[in-house]
Design a protein around this ligand. Structure first.
Ligand code: SF4
Length: 387
């Protein structure tokens, strides 16, 4: 079929065949991004252009899983090594925070509403939400915080507590839920505010230790909200490139090629390789809703400790929706999980299979630490795709 006039024009401008471009920019979002032919071309370029070792940190747990699941890991040249970072919200939830939500779940007047990935996170003495549910605790798995509002409407004599655990990705929706609860005058709904912010954690990690990392693969989901600006310190103060990218094989390979090319320049930058989902400026409306309800605060991260300005606390005018004050709760002191090295995994110090308990005492069926529980956890990904 002869090329349409505009197709010929695009071909001339781009210097590439229209069919190739149509494949890349197709409105079918997933197909071209795992096309073997296109991926193979980028992989060839990676192999041709890499001239020194590249150790990159994939900050996001979904990237960890995508790198394994797609098979990309096994195709990469040996100079490229990936380490996982603190980008799985369940994994970085501190032991004391886990103990706090288990305390809430044990209260007879409370119904806990939570996303399903928290159900098997082990707390003190091996208890978890699932085991407590089996013993009669009222725990409801929801798909949206708005479902928790529905619980509050249907159970006016119970306190409904939504577990606010996640990153910038989920915080705006939780904030919108609080606004709706206030609008409806709901007196039996509150949020346990434990959200965490990704850029301050990266900044803290780089401030305290040499990660030995040459570049960052930055989280696609979080970046839909925050955009590129909060990552600029990586390039400007640490001279490290960062690439926001998606989760298909082509996204990952393109990000690696960009990292390789960036390292050859004197001025590394933060690149948006996920323009089909992420605007450079993020989502200002979502941030405005988030900032209306939450303010930044210091937060505890598993294996890292207290990071200034890395969490979200309820603003005073929304204190009535804060489960800590509603239930008179504080974070209890608890011991670390014995033997679990999630902290070292989350800091990129060890690979999951270097933990002595990996695939022995700790498996997805019998997880000892949260990194083996969450579907985004590095230990779970290593177990599922490399055992
Ligand atoms: S393998 Fe298990 S015990 Fe070891 S770091 Fe991972 S979750 Fe913790």
């Amino acid at each position: 079929m002869p090329a349409l006039p505009f197709a010929a024009w695009i071909e001339r401008k781009a210097g590439k065949p229209f069919d190739f471009l149509r494949k890349v920019y197709s409105l079918n979002f997933s197909e071209p991004y795992h096309d073997p032919e296109i991926c193979g071309k980028v992989l060839e370029a990676i192999r041709a252009e890499i001239d020194r070792p590249l150790r990159f940190m994939e900050v996001c747990g979904t990237h960890t899983v995508a790198i394994f699941r797609s098979g990309v890991r096994s195709l990469l040249p040996p100079e490229i090594v990936h380490v996982s970072g603190p980008g799985c919200p369940v994994c970085v939830t501190h032991e004391r925070e886990v103990a706090a939500f288990l305390d809430i779940a044990g209260r007879s007047d409370v119904i806990v509403a939570t996303f399903g990935d928290l159900m098997r996170v082990p707390g003190p003495k091996g208890a978890n939400l699932k085991s407590m549910q089996a013993e009669g605790a009222r725990i409801s798995v929801v798909y949206s915080p708005f479902d928790a509002l529905d619980l509050a409407r249907r159970h006016p004599n119970s306190q409904i507590v939504f577990l606010g655990i996640g990153f910038e990705t989920t915080a705006p929706t939780v904030a919108a839920t609080v606004l709706m609860a206030r609008q409806e005058g709901l007196k039996n709904f509150s949020v346990l505010p434990l959200h965490k912010l990704v850029p301050p954690a990266l900044e803290a990690l780089l401030a305290v230790e040499d990660l030995g990392v040459n570049a960052f693969m930055l989280p696609g989901h979080v970046s839909t909200i925050i955009g590129l600006k909060p990552y600029l310190f990586l390039a400007e103060r640490h001279g490290l490139p960062g690439v926001v990218t998606g989760f298909e094989p082509l996204d990952i390979l393109q990000a690696l090629l960009i990292m390789i090319r960036q390292r050859k320049t004197d001025k590394p930058t933060i690149v948006n390789n996920y323009k089909r989902a992420v605007s450079d400026n993020g989502n200002p409306k979502a941030r405005q809703i988030m900032n209306q309800v939450f303010d930044t605060t210091d937060a505890l991260w598993r294996g890292i400790g207290l990071i200034p300005g890395s969490g979200l606390a309820m603003r005073p005018e929304f204190e009535t929706f804060n489960a800590f004050s509603r239930l008179g709760l504080q974070l209890p002191e608890v011991p670390e999980l014995p033997g679990c090295r999630c902290g070292d995994v989350l800091r990129g110090r060890i690979a999951p299979n270097q933990c002595p308990l990996f695939a022995k005492a700790c498996t997805p069926a019998n997880p000892i630490g949260p990194c083996m529980v969450s579907t985004e956890g590095s230990c779970a990904a290593y177990y599922k795709y490399s055992i």
